[in-house]
Write a protein that binds this ligand. Structure first.
Ligand code: ADP
Length: 387
């Protein structure tokens, strides 16, 4: 809590770097909690424009230091802020959550695999490969199929490619030589999975950790399409194991704020970690409407080192469906009245973005005591926004 010169209490002041939908969705809980939220956005008219927004380049140290002046804590809408900028903030005495050392593990998929392997946590077989010869050797050891990933900057399946021959990643090896992508690509076994799951937890700097229920995530074309909370049939051993994995990552890597652990449930009943995200995550959007404390409120509490809220769900089931921009789409607002009339139990979240094809522009959540009904209603509500 801050004080004026006369000793009056002032609101906690939180700065968010990045003006996307994740920053936008931090605004309502910030308002409810009486927090002063500021956003450093990439451009005018960002998704987070409802908050006090400043436009500037998050890669520029002076810009970010000026933004951080007088803030109680700086946190993030994305993981792309360069390490030298993060460290400059810390050196200037700014509280940064998650901290640069933790965030580094989410910024580079090779570093992530190294760290998780050191911690003895379950991951797919992997290697860092610097050229097609090394990729060929990995393919030979893994049945001639593998998944190649660019270590940095990927999202929504961009930077992920299934390969069956070593020359299928030649363009990415060539790009390595030019860019700032490091000196190797990540290659992994092609995991045979039954389904994808996600475990979200939140951790305070002082150490408390809380977990939401394990969820099932359905991906289409590398993009999250639907999330079912809790993951059907995963109440016992699987949920316990996922919770242990996420807590271990949070504690050992020192993650503060929300941590999302994306998991594969393999056809032979193992859990393998796919990815980590150190911020609120698409697979936790259901919690805004479906849990006592949603992930955006929890993230704000955690980065401010305030007591964490209950993660208990409000209903037996919550189903979240993403809304993607389509070729012929008008704004979501055009479709809203018809959706509201048809699906009064649906909670609609419009990110205030131009509906470019394939872009995540909103989501809907439906909660209830019947899973099939909730799935049907969430899909029906989302379909109002399609093409
Ligand atoms: P992004 O960082 O773009 O989200 P991910 O690494 O999460 O990329 O991969 C996107 C999707 O690709 C995953 O959700 C999963 O469906 C598939 N995928 C990723 N890695 C593997 C793997 N090793 N085996 C099988 N499928 C994979």
């Amino acid at each position: 809590m801050r004080r004026t010169q006369s000793g009056d209490e002032m609101a906690f002041r939180v700065g968010v770097i990045g003006g996307g939908q994740l920053a936008r969705m931090m605004v309502p809980p910030a308002v409810h909690l009486g927090l002063d939220i500021r956003v450093l956005a990439e451009a005018e008219g960002s998704s987070a424009r409802l908050a006090a927004t400043q436009v500037g380049d998050y890669r520029d140290v002076d810009t970010v230091l000026a933004f951080a002046r007088d803030l109680d804590v700086v946190t993030f809408d994305h993981e792309h802020v360069p390490q030298h900028v993060l460290r400059a903030l810390v050196e200037a005495g700014v509280r940064v959550h998650p901290a640069p050392e933790a965030l580094a593990v989410a910024q580079d998929k090779i570093l992530m695999r190294q760290r998780l392997t050191e911690l003895g946590l379950p991951v797919p077989d992997w290697a860092a490969v610097a050229d097609s010869g090394e990729l060929a050797a990995f393919l030979a050891d893994h049945g001639g199929r593998a998944v190649v990933k660019t270590p940095r900057g990927g999202y929504d399946g961009k930077g992920v490619r299934v390969v069956r021959a070593a020359d299928e990643a030649d363009d990415w090896f060539a790009a390595l030589a030019e860019g700032d992508q490091g000196d190797a690509l990540l290659v992994e076994e092609l995991v045979e999975f039954r389904r994808e799951l996600a475990q979200l937890v939140a951790r305070r700097p002082s150490g408390d950790v809380v977990a939401w229920p394990l969820v099932e995530t359905v991906q289409r074309d590398g993009v999250c399409a639907e999330v079912i909370a809790p993951a059907p049939g995963a109440a016992g051993r699987v949920a316990e194991l996922a919770g242990q994995i996420a807590r271990t990552v949070a504690d050992e890597v020192g993650v503060t704020g929300v941590l999302a652990v994306e998991l594969f449930e393999t056809t032979d009943d193992r859990l393998l970690i796919n990815e980590l995200a150190m911020r609120p995550h698409n697979t936790g959007h259901w919690s805004i409407d479906g849990a006592v404390t949603g992930q955006f409120e929890q993230h704000l509490r955690a980065v401010l080192d305030l007591p964490l809220g209950s993660t208990a769900p409000h209903a037996d089931w919550s189903v979240m469906a993403n809304v993607l921009g389509g070729p012929e789409q008008g704004t979501l607002a055009d479709r809203l009245p018809a959706l509201m009339a048809d699906q009064p139990t649906a909670k609609v979240h419009d990110y205030g973005k131009d509906p470019r094809p394939g872009r995540k522009v909103g989501h809907v959540t439906v909660s209830g005591d019947d899973l099939d009904d909730a799935v049907w209603r969430a899909r029906a509500a989302a379909s109002f926004f399609e093409g």
